[in-house]
Ligand binder design. Structure first.
Ligand SMILES: Nc1ncnc2c1ncn2[C@@H]1O[C@H](COP(=O)(O)OP(=O)(O)OP(=O)(O)O)[C@@H](O)[C@H]1O
Length: 250
C-alpha cells in the first residue's frame, strides 16, 4: 500500500438531524489524484468540505480525519492552519477584486510575508504550476476580474498553491468552464501531483477516468468502493458501482 496523505476513520456528517455521510473510512494516497464520484446529492461535496473543516458551524462531523498523525477534526485544532495545509478550489472561480499578483499572494500577505523577492518568486512559480504564467506575465498588476472564467479558475488554483499546501481539495473545479479550459486544468492537475495530493469531486465520468489515479464511489452517503481508477472503470468490484458507471442510475 502506498503512503497515505490523509486518512478518514468512520467519518459521518449530518446537517441538523439529517445524516448525509455514513461512516466513511478511507486513505487518500500521497501525491496521487483521487476522484470522488456519485449521483447528485450523494454527499461528495459534504464529505470534501468536512476534510478542511469547511462544514464547521454548518454540519456535525464525527469520526477522525488524520493528517500528519493528528486528528484535525478535534475542536481544539487551529482551523486556519488546517486550511493552510489543506487548500480548496471551488466550483465557481472566486478571484478577489484585486490584481492578479495580489490574488496569488493573498495567503502570504495574511501570513505577514513582506519579502518582495519571495513574493515575486512565489507568484511566478505558482502561476507556472497553474499553467497561467505565459498568459498573464505581462499584466500581473491588472485586475483579476479582467480574466476569462478559465483563467480565473487557474488563478484560483495558483492562489491555493502559493501557500504550499500539502493537499488540495477541488469541488467540481471545471464544471463552469468550456472544454478547452477544462482540458487545460486537467493537464495542470497531472503536473501538480508531483508536489501535492489532490482530491477532486467531479460529476464528469470522463474527467474522473482521464484525470485521476484513484476513484471513490459514494452512494447515498456510503462509500461503496475506492480503487485505482483504471480498475474501477474496467472492472468495478461492486454491483452498485457497475450500475452507476453504466448509467443505470444517477
Ligand atoms: N448547508 C446544508 N444544509 C442542509 N443540507 C445540505 C447542506 N448542504 C448540502 N445539503 C444536503 O446534503 C445532501 C448532499 O449534498 P452534497 O452537496 O454533499 O451532495 P453532492 O454529492 O456533492 O451533490 P452534487 O453532485 O449535486 O453537488 C443533499 O441532500 C443536500 O441537500
Amino acid at each position: 500500500m502506498q503512503e497515505s496523505a490523509l486518512e478518514l476513520k468512520s467519518v459521518s456528517v449530518a446537517y441538523g438531524d439529517k445524516p448525509i455521510v455514513h461512516q466513511v473510512s478511507m486513505e487518500f494516497p500521497k501525491h496521487q489524484i483521487s476522484a470522488l464520484i456519485g449521483a447528485s446529492g450523494s454527499g461528495k461535496s459534504t464529505l470534501l468540505r468536512s476534510i478542511n473543516r469547511m462544514n464547521d458551524g454548518l454540519a456535525s462531523v464525527t469520526g477522525q480525519i488524520i493528517f500528519d498523525g493528528i486528528d484535525i477534526n478535534q475542536p481544539e485544532i487551529n482551523v486556519y492552519e488546517v486550511r493552510r495545509a489543506i487548500g480548496m478550489v471551488f466550483q465557481q472561480p472566486t478571484p478577489f477584486p484585486k490584481s492578479i499578483y495580489e490574488n496569488v499572494i493573498y495567503g502570504l500577505r495574511l501570513d505577514g510575508v513582506k519579502d518582495r523577492q519571495l513574493l515575486d518568486e512565489r507568484v511566478e512559480t505558482s502561476l507556472k504550476q497553474a499553467a497561467l504564467w505565459e498568459e498573464v506575465k505581462d499584466q500581473l498588476h491588472q485586475s483579476a476580474l479582467s480574466l476569462s472564467g478559465g483563467q480565473q479558475q487557474r488563478l484560483c488554483i495558483a492562489r491555493t498553491l502559493a501557500v504550499r499546501p500539502e493537499i488540495i481539495l477541488m469541488d467540481e473545479p471545471t464544471s463552469a468552464l468550456d472544454p478547452i479550459s477544462t482540458s487545460q486544468i486537467e493537464n495542470t492537475l497531472h503536473d501538480l501531483k508531483d508536489h501535492f495530493t489532490i482530491i477532486i469531486v467531479t460529476h464528469n465520468m470522463q474527467q474522473a477516468s482521464r484525470a485521476s489515479d484513484w476513484t471513490a464511489f459514494l452512494d447515498q452517503g456510503n462509500l461503496i468502493e475506492f480503487n485505482p481508477t483504471e480498475q474501477m472503470f474496467m472492472n468495478p468490484q461492486q454491483v452498485k458501482t457497475a450500475d452507476y458507471l453504466s448509467g443505470k442510475f444517477g
